[in-house]
Ligand binder design. Structure first.
Ligand code: GAR
Length: 202
């Protein structure tokens, strides 16, 4: 449908959140947007295989090879070439500069595996977030979907969900519970909410 928001999902690794978005689109949970492109900074990311299996166009843009400035220029060129309206960071392990984020106000969302403002910001990503939560001894953690601005994990919060920490949790067990009980549900819902806003604003 012509009127859908065109979505690019940026990934770095396994891509279970990307899979949740693909499944939500198939299930009719995302109807206002369409995943049109998946970009990885890492050519070996399994997320790329998930995209290919779903028939979604992919691109690899390597920060290591290009350097920070050219990396963002190339990302922007890919996004423009594909007329992208909404950028979803789904396990994307690169911090984007203000030069990039200011081009897309309220058009970039990110999923973070904690209840922001706890365990977030530079250095808090992937398993490290869960290690920090367990080390601190909090009894509740969760996930947050937020808009992305120039402050790492500092943009306006869209959705949050709490998840209980259980006795005997390891970072890996906790990561899986947070994904299952929060991330895979929140991210598709937020994608639909923001896509619907984009479509309405046209
Ligand atoms: C997810 O838990 C996501 O929230 C986290 O990385 C994991 C990626 O898993 N993102 C961050 O920590 C960003 N700061 P996935 O590749 O299976 O979706």
């Amino acid at each position: 449908m012509l009127n859908k928001a065109r979505i690019a999902v940026l990934v770095s690794g396994g891509g279970t959140n990307l899979q949740a978005l693909i499944d939500a689109q198939k299930a009719g949970i995302i109807t206002s947007g369409e995943i049109s492109l998946v970009i990885s900074n890492n050519a070996g990311a399994y997320a790329l295989t998930r995209a290919e299996n779903a028939g979604i166009k992919t691109a690899v843009v390597s920060k290591k090879e290009l350097g920070a400035e050219k990396f963002e220029e190339t990302l922007i060129a890919e996004l423009e070439k594909n007329s992208i309206d909404l950028i979803i960071l789904a396990g994307f392990m690169c911090i984007l500069s203000e030069n990039f984020t200011s081009k897309y106000p309220k058009r970039i969302i990110n999923v973070h595996p904690s209840l922001i403002p706890s365990f977030c910001g530079e250095g808090f990503y992937g398993l490290r977030v869960h290690e920090a939560a367990l080390e601190y001894g909090v009894k509740v953690t969760g996930a947050t979907v937020h808009f992305v601005n120039e402050i790492p994990d500092g943009g306006e919060i869209i959705l949050q969900k709490a998840v209980e920490i259980e006795v005997g949790d390891t970072p890996e067990i906790l990561q899986k519970r947070v994904m299952e009980q929060a991330e895979w549900n929140l991210l598709p819902r937020a994608a639909e909410m923001v896509s619907a806003e984009i479509v309405k604003s046209r």
